[in-house]
Structure formats: structure tokens, C-alpha cells
Design a protein around this ligand. Structure first.
Ligand code: URA
Length: 436
């Protein structure tokens, strides 16, 4: 086989065999096929797409490029949730303890902030002492004892994705439904979950800007995951404005604690309870999503979910007392207020612009090696639909220093649209696709 023939075949729109896909994946991981040929192949896939059979084969080949987490000996059911990425999306921090409190085991392997989207690992690491670097032994121990454990991807898990994702990032081939499906699913299957709930974000702050694109990705994840023997739910949720009232690293930990203590913002609670509820249904702990949602609400109201969160913080080396004492005060000394330029109703706060501004402030990063800051970000006091007078504060914005606030400001002020009338409301949970 020759890589050039496989590139040509995909370039001309034909379907690749499993052997041809294996030749590319194994050849790239071993270093036998050079990056310039894999880049061309990625671009051919980007434009020509892949059949469902090719996507499932690619997912499995990527999965087999590394090892799979061994959860044998621990009682399940193992269910995880994965978000395609958003702004203010702290759902994992709240959902994992809720699902665990309802009898689900959540083996959660998360990522870091990249581009305009935030990362669960960066948020958790803003808790003093908390480590997300767990070896398999400790991951298994905490998962069994606390009901959930939070870790980063190890080198042993899907090495093919590590290489391919970095190459896609610099060759403008990230936004391809089959490539995203294989990348996400191979990693999620490798962590050992039996069932998966995907939060496919849709809107300006998401990878998928339209509901139609989000639906294509959700369908692909559900169908491919099902072909790999998993129970799958795909939930399309809105990412037009940031989720919740706080965006940042420790700021999002703070809001997660509020949510777990029953004082969270309505939008965060709606999305989190819905996704947690689907985890319970997928794990066989509830008959339907309505029953599951009331179980999840009870886990919050009783304090059991918060208790598990605190237990996980202590297990993973975090100083829970210090975390609590920092709530409300862990803020950079450099701040500026975003004020309403005129009277009216807030029509929208653009999540994409807020996410990008966050990179300048120190919430996120452009390159995987960039450092992030724990005490920067946004605290919104008004969001979409609020009536404001000229000069009212919409948000307090915290940056690393004055220069970072200056750099972020055009995006921050450009994110806000004020209209003459109250905007129409739109649903947060847009569509649900199940294969259970
Ligand atoms: N997240 C991933 O893990 N992979 C993708 O391809 C896109 C988002």
C-alpha cells in the first residue's frame, strides 16, 4: 500500500477500506508516514467526509492505538458525560458528584482550555493542592471510594488522537464531523465507560455554530458509539451566551459549589440536571428522564452531592477548607466593569467573544503550553433578557494585569448587544437523541 494512493482515493470521494485506514493510522503513529501526507489525507477527509462505516473503523483503529482503562473489580454502572466545549461550561464539576450520589460511577477523563473554550482540568487545578495527574491505581481507588474521579488523558490512552489532534489543530481540519467523532469517542471508550452522554453545544460559543451542524455531530456520535456497543445519549444544548454567571477557573469552581449547595444560576442547573438525569437513565438507575431528574435534584437538596464533591477534592490532594475560604474573594487585583452603554434590554452576550477575551485575561490559552491564571475571568450581574439603564454594571472583569484587560476590552465590550425590546426566549436544551 502507498499513502499517496489512499490520499488520492479519498480526494476523489471514494470510501476507504478498514485496511487502508489502518495503514494511515498505524503508519502515522509509528512515524512511517510523514506529516505532510497525513495532513493531505486529513484535508481530503475534511472535504469528502466519511461514511458511517469508515467513521466507526477509524474510531476503533484509534482506540486500539493505545491501552484501555481497566475498571474490572469495581462495581458499575460506569457512565460518563462529554461536552464538545463551551464558555462557562462547568457542568462536569457539578454533574459528576450528582450522578455519583445517585449510584453511578463516573470515570471522568477531561481536557484543558484551548482556544475560546474552557477546560475542566484547569478549573480543578485552581483549587489549592488539587492534582489531576492520577496514575491508574489512584484513579481506580478514588472512583471506587468516592463514586467519581477526575483525571487528564495519559500518554497510554489513544496516542493516535494526541498526534492527529495536534496536526488537525494546525491544518484547519478540526471541524470535521467524522474526525471529531473518532477523536472524542475513541478517548471516551478507552476510559472504560459503558454508557456515555454527549453534550453537543450549538451556537457562537461552540465548535458547531448551527443546530443543524450540532445535530449532524450528535447523530454521528450516537450512531458510532452504538456500533461500538455503548449506550449513548446526545443532548444538543445552547451555547449562544456563557453558561452560568461566572467564567474563569476558580470562579467556575465557586459557581459549581453554589450549584451543589442549591444556590446555582437557573441556566446552569437546567443543563446540569438534564445531563445528569440522562446518565442515570443510561446507567439503569431510573426508568425515565423525569424520574431521574427528581433523583438528581434530591441529591443536591440533601447535600449528598456536595459532600461527594468535597470528598473528591480531599482525595485528589485539594485543600477543601482553603477552597471554601477563597470563595467570594479569590479575584485578581486588576478589574474593570462592563457597563451598559445605553438603556434597553440585553439581547445577547456573545459567548465566543467572551471566551476569546478570556484568553487575553488568562482564563484560557492559545497554545497547549501557555499558563492559565486561577483568579481571572468574568462575574456577570445581568444576562440576556435583563432590563438595564445606561451605566448599569453588566459584569466585573478580572485580568492578570492592566495590559491584559486592555487587550481583552474590544472583545468584552463588543460581546454585548442592547435592544429596544425584551428578546424572545429560546430553549437551553434543544434536542435529545437516544440509543439506549
Ligand atoms: N474535542 C476532541 O477531543 N476532539 C475533537 O476533535 C474536537 C473536540
Amino acid at each position: 500500500m502507498r499513502a499517496v494512493d489512499i490520499i488520492m482515493k479519498k480526494r476523489d470521494g471514494a470510501e476507504l477500506s478498514r485496511e487502508e485506514l489502518a495503514f494511515i493510522v498505524t503508519g502515522y503513529v509509528s512515524g512511517d508516514i510523514p506529516e505532510y501526507q497525513v495532513s493531505s489525507w486529513l484535508m481530503a477527509v475534511f472535504f469528502r467526509g466519511m461514511s458511517f462505516r469508515e467513521t466507526a473503523d477509524l474510531t476503533e483503529l484509534m482506540l486500539r492505538s493505545g491501552s484501555v482503562m481497566d475498571l474490572s473489580g469495581i462495581a458499575g454502572p460506569f457512565v460518563d458525560k462529554h461536552s464538545t466545549g463551551g464558555v462557562g461550561d462547568k457542568v462536569s464539576l457539578v454533574l459528576a458528584p450528582i450522578a455519583a450520589a445517585c449510584g453511578i460511577r463516573v470515570p471522568m477523563m477531561s481536557g484543558r482550555a484551548l482556544g475560546h473554550t474552557g477546560g475542566t482540568l484547569d478549573k480543578l487545578e485552581s483549587i489549592p493542592g488539587y492534582t489531576t495527574r492520577l496514575d491508574e491505581k489512584r484513579f481506580r481507588e478514588y472512583l471506587e471510594r468516592d463514586g467519581f474521579a477526575m483525571t487528564g488523558q495519559t500518554d497510554a490512552i489513544v496516542p493516535a488522537d494526541k498526534k492527529l489532534y495536534s496536526l488537525r489543530d494546525v491544518t484547519a481540519t478540526v471541524e470535521s464531523v467524522p474526525l471529531i467523532t473518532a477523536s472524542i469517542l475513541s478517548k471516551k471508550v478507552a476510559e472504560g465507560a459503558e454508557a456515555l452522554v454527549f453534550d453537543v453545544k450549538s451556537g457562537p460559543g461552540a465548535f458547531m455554530k448551527t443546530v443543524a451542524d450540532a445535530e449532524r455531530l450528535a447523530n454521528s456520535l450516537v450512531k458510532t458509539g452504538q456500533a461500538m456497543g455503548k449506550r449513548i445519549v446526545g443532548v444538543i444544548t445552547d451555547m449562544t451566551e456563557p453558561l452560568g454567571d461566572k467564567v474563569g477557573n476558580f470562579l467556575e469552581v465557586e459557581e459549581s459549589i453554589d450549584c451543589l449547595k442549591g444556590k446555582g444560576p437557573a441556566d446552569m442547573m437546567e443543563v446540569t440536571l438534564r445531563l445528569s438525569a440522562w446518565m442515570l437513565v443510561a446507567g439503569g438507575k431510573a426508568r425515565d428522564v423525569a424520574e431521574a431528574e427528581s433523583m438528581c435534584r434530591e441529591a443536591v437538596d440533601s447535600g449528598r452531592a456536595y459532600e461527594l464533591f468535597e470528598r473528591n477534592v480531599r482525595s485528589q490532594g485539594g485543600d477543601a477548607d482553603r477552597m471554601l475560604s477563597l470563595c467570594g474573594s479569590y479575584r485578581s487585583g486588576f478589574s474593570r466593569e462592563l457597563k451598559a452603554p445605553s438603556a434597553g434590554w440585553i439581547e445577547s452576550i456573545d459567548a465566543y467573544k467572551i471566551g476569546l477575551a478570556g484568553v487575553y485575561l488568562g482564563v484560557g490559552r492559545n497554545k497547549t503550553t501557555d499558563p492559565v491564571a486561577p483568579d481571572v475571568g468574568f462575574v456577570f450581574s445581568r444576562k440576556k433578557g435583563a432590563k438595564v439603564a445606561a451605566g448599569d454594571t453588566i459584569a466585573t472583569v478580572y485580568g492578570r494585569d492592566a495590559a491584559s484587560l486592555d487587550a481583552a476590552w474590544p472583545l468584552v465590550s463588543g460581546s454585548l448587544s442592547i435592544g429596544a425590546a425584551a428578546p424572545a426566549t429560546s430553549p437551553l436544551v434543544i434536542k435529545e437523541i437516544t440509543a439506549l
